[in-house]
Design a protein around this ligand. Structure first.
Ligand code: LLP
Length: 385
C-alpha cells in the first residue's frame, strides 16, 4: 500500500485528497492488456469510475477504448485524446442533445436500451444525414451475486431491452434506415467476485447472439460489459484483479464465432490504485461508550459506505502507538449515515493523524459532491510526490 510507504511526504498536502499509485495503475493496465491480447479481446475503460485527466492519459497510452454513460463523458474522453471510434455510449436515458453529440462525433456505437430509443436515434441520425452504428443492450436476466444496489441485469432492472421487446419489435427495428445494428451489449452488474457468474453470462450471450443472428441481425461485436470485482477486504493481497481467470472463463464458455469481443472495465482498472487520505479532526466518546474518530473527509468525498453500505479497509498511517482501540470513523457531513466504518481496530488515534481509506480509486472522486459546500478533494500522484 502506497500511502504507508510515503506517509512522511503526505503531511504537507491539504486533506482530504485522493492519492494515486501510478505504478500500480500501469501494472494493472499492463496485465489486463497483455492477457486480453492472448484472446484478441478489446478493452474499454468505463470512464464513470474515475475521469481524472492524469489517469486517463495513462489509460490511453495502453490503447484502451472508452465506455461512456453521458454526453459529457464522451466529451471528456475525446478531449483526453481517445479516438471517437473506440468509444461506446450506453445509458438508459440519453438526452437528445447527448445523442446528437454522439452522432456528430461518429463514435463506435450507441448502445440502445429501448425500442423507443432506437427510433429516436434513427430520427436524429436522419436529421444529421448519417447512418449510425448501434448495439442492442440486452437485459439478460442474470443474478450477478453482488450488492443489490449495483446489479443491473436482472429482469426487472431499468437497464437494457428485454429479449421479448426485441422479438416483438424486430421488423420495426430492421426497418430503421439510419441505423446499422452492429453489436450486442450487456452488463450484468458490478463488483462481481463469484466468477462462475460469468459462465452463466456467456451461456446467455451465446443464446442471445444466435437468436439475434437468426432474426437477421449481422453482429460484428459482442460487448459483455464490466463488473470484475476487487478485494476491498484485503487489497494488499490482490492489488491487481484476476483478469486472467475471467478471460479464461470467457474463452472457454463464450461461443460467438469470429465476432469481436469487448469488455468495459471500470473498478478493476482504477479501484486499487486510489486511496482517500484524510486527517483526524477530533475524538469523542458517545454517552453509549462508542469511541468516535471524526475525520475531515465525509460522504461528499467518498459516498460508497453511506450509499451502499460498502466496506473500505481503513488504516492509520502515522500513529506509532502499540496500543489498539476500536473506533467508529465518521465524517464531517450533516448526515447520520456519514460513517466510513464501525469497530475499526486502529492504533491509538489522535487529532492530526492521517488515515487511509483504501481501494477508493473507482467511484470515489467521480461520485464526489459539494454537499455542505465542501470543496472537491484534490489529487496527489505517486510519480509527482
Ligand atoms: N459498463 C456499463 C454499462 C456499466 O454500467 C458499468 C458500471 C461498467 C461498464 C463498469 O463496471 P465495473 O467494471 O466498474 O464494475 N457506483 C457503484 C458502481 C456502479 C457501476 C455502474 N456501472 C459503486 O461504487 O460500487
Amino acid at each position: 500500500m502506497l500511502s504507508r510507504q510515503v506517509a512522511a511526504k503526505l503531511g504537507t498536502y491539504e486533506t482530504p485528497f485522493y492519492l494515486y499509485d501510478m505504478e500500480l495503475l500501469r501494472r494493472t493496465l499492463e496485465n489486463v492488456t497483455s492477457v486480453a491480447s492472448n484472446y484478441g479481446y478489446r478493452i474499454h475503460y468505463a470512464i464513470k469510475a474515475n475521469f481524472d485527466a492524469r489517469l486517463l492519459e495513462i489509460i490511453r497510452e495502453y490503447g484502451l477504448g472508452i465506455d461512456c454513460a453521458s454526453g459529457n463523458e464522451i466529451r471528456c474522453a475525446i478531449e483526453a485524446g481517445f479516438d471517437p471510434k473506440s468509444i461506446v455510449y450506453a445509458g438508459v436515458g440519453k438526452r437528445d442533445k447527448e445523442l446528437r453529440y454522439a452522432i456528430e462525433q461518429g463514435i463506435m456505437a450507441i448502445n440502445c436500451e429501448s425500442t423507443e430509443e432506437l427510433h429516436v436515434v434513427d430520427a436524429l441520425a436522419r436529421e444529421a444525414g448519417k447512418v449510425v452504428d448501434v448495439a442492442l443492450r440486452i437485459n439478460p436476466d442474470i443474478d450477478p451475486k453482488t450488492n443489490h444496489c449495483i446489479d443491473t441485469g436482472q429482469a426487472d432492472s431499468k437497464f437494457g431491452i428485454s429479449y421479448e421487446e426485441i422479438l416483438a419489435g424486430v421488423e420495426d427495428i430492421r426497418s430503421l434506415r439510419n441505423l446499422n445494428v452492429v453489436g450486442m451489449h450487456l452488463h450484468i452488474g458490478s463488483q462481481i467476485r463469484e466468477l462462475h457468474v460469468f459462465e452463466n453470462m456467456c451461456n446467455k450471450v451465446n443464446a442471445i447472439v444466435d437468436n439475434l443472428t437468426s432474426l437477421g441481425f449481422d453482429l460484428r461485436f459482442v460487448d459483455v460489459g464490466g463488473g470484475l470485482g476487487i478485494n476491498y477486504d484485503l487489497p494488499e493481497n490482490e492489488p491487481i484483479p484476476n483478469f486472467a481467470s475471467l478471460f479464461a472463463i470467457v474463452n472457454s464458455h463464450l461461443n460467438v464465432g469470429s465476432r469481436e469481443v469487448h469488455f468495459e472495465f471500470g473498478r478493476s482498472i482504477v479501484g486499487e490504485c486510489g486511496e482517500l487520505i484524510t486527517r483526524v479532526l477530533f475524538n469523542k466518546t458517545t454517552a453509549t461508550g462508542r469511541k468516535l474518530v471524526i475525520v475531515d473527509a465525509s460522504m461528499t468525498e467518498l459516498i460508497r459506505p453511506a450509499l451502499y453500505g460498502s466496506y473500505h479497509n481503513i488504516e492509520n498511517i502515522t500513529s506509532a502507538s502499540d496500543q489498539r482501540e476500536k473506533y467508529t470513523i465518521v465524517g464531517t457531513a450533516c448526515e447520520s449515515t456519514d460513517v466510513f466504518d464501525e469497530n475499526v481496530s486502529l492504533p491509538l488515534t489522535r487529532r492530526g493523524d492521517l488515515l487511509t481509506i483504501k481501494s477508493a480509486g473507482a467511484y470515489g472522486m467521480s461520485m464526489a459532491s459539494r454537499y455542505n459546500l465542501h470543496d472537491l478533494p484534490g489529487a496527489v500522484y505517486s510519480d509527482r510526490l
